[in-house]
Design a protein around this ligand. Structure first.
Ligand code: SF4
Ligand code: SF4
Length: 627
């Protein structure tokens, strides 16, 4: 059934999204927005965090109005149930990032052992730096030897009980002292996740405060552990991102080229596809089939990884993944893991698109499974690109609709190294700009899309307000793609910033919104914040910084928000987390935690109000610093 203009505009602010929502409806597709409508009203107990199915005496639920049951069969009350549910969300998010990191460590080791043809060490500089942090001397060792030693040392971080994770060496001393005092210093990556699953089993930890404290430790094991390893090893294997121009929106899919779309999170597969797409033999085959080339485009964070290092254009963010298929132009979609809607395979059956899954831990209905292993990734990538090229001539002309809008230009690649490079090698100029008030502060606007919120509206509205008020925005994930689509990631967007930020951006030739990467790359923001605090001899929580996730949906976002707050960064969430069934937990996380960590959470669905709260927070931090 066709959608009305009002229905379409209520779903997304994006021009391409509006066109392809109608195209999808014409083609009879059911999208994420349709399925969300069909689920309404969603379960109020679950929304409040008051339902539990942790054992088979249940499922149980607590009546939020006080008229029905106030305890589950085991006796757990609202506070215990909410804390346990939140703990399990953190554990799932931390496990996802950290397992992604472990897969990269495996490739690093195999590269060193000579068992991963096609992969190489692209940044010996970072290999040596990180090896030194792990206490491994580089003297006289080949990069291959160093890679093996570092991989083994990193593998130890996952399972072994340690006093503290290695990357905590970058954390300001004041922050480390806070964690030690609270007993939340993360000891081992898998250890904290495993302990969370244990604590939330029936009859283990039934103190809601103790559960929440372990939740923070579990999240820190992600932020300063699993995700940190993922980002650093990706840089070692695939290169440290540097500023690179690119384009974004569904217009990047080319009518006259073979389009291969890469979706998911881990660059291990997509980097090999990138190499294979340059193969002269496959390019010649594409030409034989009548195509003018092989065009790669990204979705979600696999797209962000390729964008940051290779400038590969982005087709879109999370809510565009189904709509990308409805162009009829995708000859192959290759997925790895995370945020890949199980509906995608069935949607693709309406078109000629070949859907390919690549990880043994992420299989999907209506997708052909082609497993990637480091040993055979190079030949597998060539096989898949060949299949995509051969599929080009099977397009269904009646189903094809190229995007009517031209792609929006953007700039990505702002790793910490690139930002410090643009500043002349040290954070001093940024600190001076903050001290002078030209830049009032910095905010990480990160996270997903969620059909509960008009697509991209939360991100773009919040960010426009912040930059207008001289607040530098750094971003990652699907938020970064939203900002790029809105034209905020080109140097000319400095004209939209306040006078101080505008001046800084113009003098450095950078946009007011800096793309720092994928979801695991939120640790680049942590790393930059820690570098600023260390340069000033202070704590992260003293700086005029904040974070926001206006449209988050994922358990990974819960872990990210928790490690941001635990690291001392005030964090505003746009969609309410399932904690409102426990007024005590809401009070702790939004008020009392400030006294423990120097940072707290806020929940504010209205992005204009969220901007006002963040601006007020930044003013307070500046005042406390005497600025
Ligand atoms: S753990 Fe307790 S509250 Fe949860 S399902 Fe079992 S009995 Fe019910
Ligand atoms: S930002 Fe959220 S939706 Fe987007 S790729 Fe990351 S976790 Fe998935």
């Amino acid at each position: 059934m066709l959608l009305t203009k009002a229905e379409i505009e209520a779903r997304t602010i994006t021009e391409d999204g509006q066109v392809f929502l109608q195209k999808a409806a014409q083609d009879g597709l059911e999208t994420v927005w349709d399925r969300y409508q069909a689920q309404k009203p969603q379960c109020g107990f679950c929304e409040l965090g008051l339902s539990c199915r942790n054992c088979s005496m249940g499922p149980c639920r607590i009546d939020p109005f006080g008229e029905g049951p106030q305890r589950g069969v085991c006796g757990a009350d609202a506070d215990i149930i909410v804390a346990r549910n939140l703990g399990r969300m953190i554990a799932a998010g931390a496990a996802s990032h950290s397992d992604h990191g472990r897969d990269l460590v495996e490739v690093l080791r195999k590269v060193g052992e000579g068992h991963a043809p096609g992969y190489t060490i692209r940044s010996e500089e970072k290999l040596k730096k990180v090896a030194a942090e792990f206490g491994i001397a580089a003297d006289g060792k080949t990069p291959a030897d160093l890679a093996v030693e570092l991989a083994h040392a990193m593998e130890e971080e996952f399972g072994t009980r340690k006093k503290a994770l290695t990357f905590l060496g970058r954390v300001p001393e004041k922050r480390r002292a806070i964690w030690d005092k609270l007993g939340i210093t993360p000891r081992g990556i898998d250890r904290e996740t495993s302990e969370m699953m244990h604590r939330t089993h029936m009859g283990v930890d039934n103190d809601w405060q103790s559960l929440l404290l372990h939740g923070l430790r579990n999240a820190l094991s992600d932020g300063w552990g699993g995700s940190f390893i993922a980002t650093e090893v990706s840089d070692i294997l695939f290169g440290i991102p540097q500023p690179v121009p690119s384009e974004v929106n569904l217009g990047v899919l080319k009518e006259n080229q073979v389009n291969i779309v890469l979706h998911g999170h881990n660059p291990i597969v997509s980097e090999m596809i990138y190499e294979a797409a340059q193969d002269p033999e496959l390019l010649a085959l594409a030409s034989e089939k009548g195509a003018e080339g092989i065009n790669l485009a990204g979705l979600c964070c696999t797209g962000n990884e390729l964008l940051m290092r290779r400038g590969i254009p982005m087709a879109g963010n999370h809510l565009m993944t189904e709509l990308a298929l409805s162009t009829g132009l995708v000859d192959m979609m290759i997925v790895d893991y995370q945020c890949i809607m199980p509906a995608l395979g069935e949607i693709a059956t309406c078109y000629h698109t070949l859907m390919i899954s690549t990880s043994d831990k992420a299989k999907f209905p209506h997708m052909a499974h082609h497993e990637f292993h480091p040993e055979t990734a190079q030949s597998k990538a060539r096989e898949l690109v060949r299949m995509a090229v051969e599929n080009y001539e099977r397009r269904l002309p009646a189903k094809v609709l190229p995007a009517p809008n031209t792609p929006t230009r953007m700039m990505a690649g702002f790793s910490v190294e690139a930002i410090l490079g643009a500043l002349g090698g040290s954070p001093a100029p940024l600190i001076e700009a903050i001290k002078s008030g030209a830049v009032q502060g910095a905010v990480g606007v990160v996270g997903c899309n969620n059909p509960k919120i008009r697509q991209d509206f939360g991100h773009v509205t919040l960010t426009r307000h912040l930059i207008e008020n001289d607040i530098l925005v750094v971003d990652t994930g699907c938020a970064a793609v939203a900002h790029a689509k809105a034209g905020l990631k080109v140097p000319e967007a400095a004209a939209l910033a306040g006078p101080g930020l505008q001046q800084v951006c113009k003098s450095l030739g950078i946009p007011p919104v800096l793309h720092m990467g994928s979801c695991v790359d939120n640790v680049r923001i942590l790393d930059l914040a820690a570098a600023l605090a260390n340069a000033l001899g202070t704590d992260i929580s003293d700086l005029p910084l904040a974070a926001a996730a206006p449209e988050w949906y994922s358990e990974k976002a819960v872990s990210i928000a928790c490690y941001a707050v635990a690291s001392g960064i005030f964090t505003v969430l746009g969609t309410p987390p399932p904690i409102f069934g426990s007024p005590k937990i809401v009070k702790l996380l939004t008020e009392d935690i400030e006294g423990l960590l120097g940072a707290s959470f806020a929940v504010e669905p209205d992005p204009e109000k969220a901007a006002a709260r963040i601006e007020q927070h930044i003013r307070q931090k500046r005042k406390a610093l005497g600025l």
